[in-house]
Design a protein around this ligand. Structure first.
Ligand code: PLP
Length: 302
């Protein structure tokens, strides 16, 4: 936990932290999966992170589409349709009763015998967890945050494709730990070719001369849903946006830099490893896009 950021214990189930394990809702502290679950023994699982606006999940259908795409890449079958998954999530949100929730969905291959005998695995295991949503401090949006350009490279798509949102997060964890040790809230990662890829838990955008640019999907990144929405919204607010490979120089010479994610929305980055971005204040384009996103988000919850 970074100095100055509130830490909090989730030992108290009454704090709105609940889980659904294959459809049974329990306080998160009482939720259990088998130690033989492939998710635990091999990290053989995929996930989604969402948040609610007005108590409803933002862009749930897009998240479920990506969940299925990730699972499909690992040949994990999700036997439930979207309506059934939504029904489970609704029951969980109703039980938790939080004004706004953070939502995590995890699908593992299921319970195996600690071997690569996938035919023996009984699954999948479908876990959903919700807890009260804690927004970023408002000052992060007002002043911007510090990011670090870390030495850890993003996984090469030919090894472990970042497009698969897998629970194997060690690449991200190594990057974030390096960033936190340097006093940054997000790690910006390069791909194997040395191009800017993405944040450890966000997509990255630069603004130069009023034009927004973000690395293309073939840079080896996650197809972020906030990124996708932003690319759709930008034209409507008169901001040209392009998917283009970015160098470290593009990042450091940008007028504005921002990161996007379901939890961070559009967060200005005003400092990269002590290098001031633009004039060191969140820029006009970033603020205009954040405003457009915040108008869009509550109207696109399911
Ligand atoms: N890139 C990575 C590696 C992520 O883990 C995330 C989200 O957690 C994102 C990008 C942003 O994706 P989204 O906007 O769908 O939350």
């Amino acid at each position: 936990m970074l100095a100055g950021r509130a830490s909090r214990s989730y030992n108290d189930a009454s704090m709105g932290f609940f889980a659904s394990i294959d459809g049974s809702v329990v306080p998160a502290t009482e939720a259990r999966v088998s130690v033989l679950d492939n998710g635990f023994t091999f990290g053989d699982s995929v996930y989604e992170t969402l948040r609610t606006y007005g108590g409803r999940p933002f862009e749930l259908t897009r998240h479920l589409r990506r969940l299925r795409a990730s699972a499909g890449r690992l040949a994990i079958d999700i036997p439930l349709g979207n309506d059934a998954l939504k029904g489970r999530l609704d029951a969980l949100l109703a039980r938790a009763g939080n004004p706004e929730s953070y939502i995590r969905m995890i699908v593992t291959r299921g319970v195996g015998d600690i071997s690569y005998h996938f035919e023996r695995v009984q699954g999948p295991t479908i876990v959903m967890a919700v807890k009260p949503f804690e927004p970023l401090p408002d000052e992060d949006y007002r002043n911007g945050v510090r990011a670090a350009l870390v030495s850890v490279r993003r996984n090469a798509p030919g090894a472990l494709d970042p497009a698969i949102k897998s629970c194997n997060l060690l690449n991200n964890i190594l990057a974030v730990r390096e960033a936190q040790a340097r006093g940054a809230v997000e790690a910006l990662m390069l791909n194997a070719a040395g191009e800017v890829a993405e944040g450890a838990s966000s997509n990255v955008f630069v603004v130069k001369g009023g034009v927004v640019r973000t690395p293309p999907l073939d840079a080896g990144i996650l197809a972020g849903i906030t990124r996708e929405v932003l690319l759709e919204l930008s034209a409507g607010v008169g901001v040209p946006a392009r998917e283009e490979s970015l160098s470290t120089e593009d990042l450091l010479a940008a007028d504005e830099v921002f990161i996007t994610s379901s939890l961070k929305e559009i967060t200005p980055v005003t400092d990269v490893d002590g290098h001031r971005v633009g004039d060191g204040r969140p820029g006009l384009v970033t603020r205009r896009l954040l405003q457009a996103f915040r108008e869009y988000a509550p109207r696109h919850c399911e």
